[in-house]
Ligand binder design. Structure first.
Ligand SMILES: Cc1cc2nc3c(=O)[nH]c(=O)nc-3n(C[C@H](O)[C@H](O)[C@H](O)COP(=O)(O)O)c2cc1C
Ligand SMILES: CCCCCCC(=O)C(=O)O
Length: 370
């Protein structure tokens, strides 16, 4: 792995290693994949205006989320089915994240039971991502298990009433190859544990979502969850300031600006475009961002535009594919090194400094008259 110096290097290597079914599932966006591309392009359109003659001999990337201290604002987004790319799956991921001392959001749809991940968490902090089943007792059981296992927050994903149309998955008749299964579902209920087999032109994941997931989820459901859960609730998938305000009013303790990595609404804005209006209204609660982060300059840009921290999705899967726990750790280290380097070149000493410097990040249109 020594010759892999960037996340793009890990991406290329991972693509060369993955079987088509997993590669297409990881890489896909929905429909025409406009939101997927827009997430990246919007970052490229932003420029950093460096300050000079600032003592950056010590740069401080410490931060605090939900009252807990972290050495870095870079954390790991929930992604389903880690055993599609590595035999140790989520256990390898959590090992790499533990070595980094980071934060991992575990998907409801892991291929390893949540208790096993928690037992092996080491120095990782764990939050649990929730998909709400039509069958409320299934959801309630999942929440209680996450609480009992020592997860420190619940992350409710709100952008998936139906699954985005991922055309490659339909062409591949995507389903989980046996023996992989929904490891957090109990073995007695076959339709929840196994993804259905479907003909070419259909996606097994889409079929599973439409048969199991509660499309009627609404703001009252969020209020219910905040009351039911003993953990702070973070809402993932907010793209508008009015929704951010509603989430706040319902008792959310954090917001993740996310378009699900371009996998749901294909005409959505990029997350970095949606961030400023949401950060403006969020008051004291942290606003995080995911979507399209591939280097440390992207992290810097997101913080400058109001994020308290960022989450990476696919980048971790690339690390996991290439090198298991070592690959995951290396991906996080690369992003952290690039971020610290960027801070120094920009003349910023701390995250507060990034956030408080006016126009440290601007759109390239700022210079368009030249
Ligand atoms: C393969 C894959 C699986 C995902 N699974 C989940 C999931 O189970 N729950 C969830 O809330 N988001 C899921 N997401 C979305 C990520 O949490 C995150 O929003 C997105 O990957 C961020 O974009 P990035 O991949 O460009 O970093 C998934 C994304 C990918 C690519
Ligand atoms: C209710 C939506 C389920 C999505 C499945 C996993 C995921 O988030 C993704 O593939 O993206």
């Amino acid at each position: 792995m020594q010759n892999l110096l960037t996340i793009d290097d890990f991406h290329q290597k991972a693509i060369s290693l993955l079987p088509k079914l997993s590669r297409d599932y990881y890489e896909s966006g929905s429909d025409e994949e406009k939101a997927l591309r827009r997430n990246r392009r919007a970052f490229s359109r932003l420029l950093i205006r460096p300050k000079c003659l600032v003592d950056v001999s010590k740069s401080d990337t410490n931060c605090e989320f939900l009252g807990k201290k972290f050495k870095s604002p870079i954390a790991v987004a929930p992604t389903a089915f880690h055993k599609l790319c590595h035999p140790r799956g989520e256990l390898a991921s959590v090992e790499g994240i533990s070595r980094f001392g980071g934060l991992m959001i575990c998907s409801s749809w892991g291929t390893t039971p949540l208790e096993e991940i928690a037992e092996n968490r080491g120095d990782a902090t764990l939050w649990f991502q929730l998909y709400v089943y039509k069958d409320r007792p299934t959801t309630e059981a999942l929440i209680r298990r996450a609480e009992n296992a020592g997860f420190e927050a619940l992350v409710l994903t709100v952008d998936t009433p139906v699954l985005g149309r991922r055309l490659a998955d339909k062409r591949n008749a995507f389903t989980l190859p046996p023996p992989l299964k929904f490891a957090n579902m109990v073995a007695t209920n076959d339709s929840k544990v196994h993804m259905p087999k479907v003909p070419i032109g259909d996606s097994g994941l889409m079929a599973y979502v439409s048969s199991q997931i509660d499309q009627s989820l609404n703001w009252d459901s969020l209020k219910w969850l905040v009351g039911f859960s003993r953990l702070p609730v973070i809402v993932k998938g907010i793209m508008r300031s009015d929704d951010a305000l509603k989430a706040l009013q319902c008792g959310a303790k954090g917001i993740i600006v996310s378009n699900h990595g371009g996998r749901q609404m294909d005409c959505a804005p990029a997350t970095i475009e949606a961030l400023p209006e949401i950060a403006k209204v969020a008051g004291q609660i942290p606003v995080f961002l995911d979507g399209g982060i591939r280097n440390g300059r992207d992290v810097f840009k997101a913080l400058a535009l109001g994020a308290s921290g960022i989450f990476i999705g696919r980048a971790i899967l690339y690390g996991l594919t290439v090198g298991g726990a070592d690959g995951v750790e290396r991906v996080l280290d690369i992003l952290q090194e690039e971020f610290e380097h960027c801070m120094k070149l920009a003349g910023c000493q701390s995250i507060a400094d990034i956030r408080n410097t006016p126009q440290i990040v601007v759109s390239s249109s700022h210079y368009s008259k030249l």
